[in-house]
Design a protein around this ligand. Structure first.
Ligand code: ZN
Ligand code: ZN
Length: 111
């Protein structure tokens, strides 16, 4: 699997206590991820229930929107650990790229 610039993460900025994470992609795109969205679309089975179909958006409380840790999984995904201890969400770079909420991406996506 050769890394594609659009789905290759080069830097992650997620200041402790912040509610926003920024990811720089190898093609120069600056990804913007409010934690409401990031946690709201947690792709793990516990959050999403049975597999299949589009991801559903989950309402979160404030402590569920604070990131405790970010771990890189190989060169294809991030595992996010949230302040409430939830750590089963594996966010592939392809998924994260699609989830980007910067002004450009938000404008090109369906509401
Ligand atoms: Zn989850
Ligand atoms: Zn974007």
């Amino acid at each position: 699997m050769s890394p594609h610039p659009k789905t290759t993460c080069v830097a992650i900025r997620s200041p402790r206590g912040a509610r926003i994470t920024e990811i720089d992609w190898a093609d120069g795109h600056k990804g913007f991820y409010p934690h409401t969205i990031l946690r709201g679309y947690c792709p793990c089975a516990a959050c999403q229930g049975h597999a299949g179909g589009p991801l559903s958006f989950i309402e979160t409380t404030d402590s569920q929107r604070e990131l405790d840790d970010i771990a890189q999984i190989g060169n294809y995904a991030l595992q996010l650990t949230w302040f409430d201890g939830h750590a089963s969400g594996i966010y592939s770079y392809t998924f994260l790229r699609a989830l980007c909420h910067c002004e450009t991406c938000r404008g090109s996506q369906a509401p």
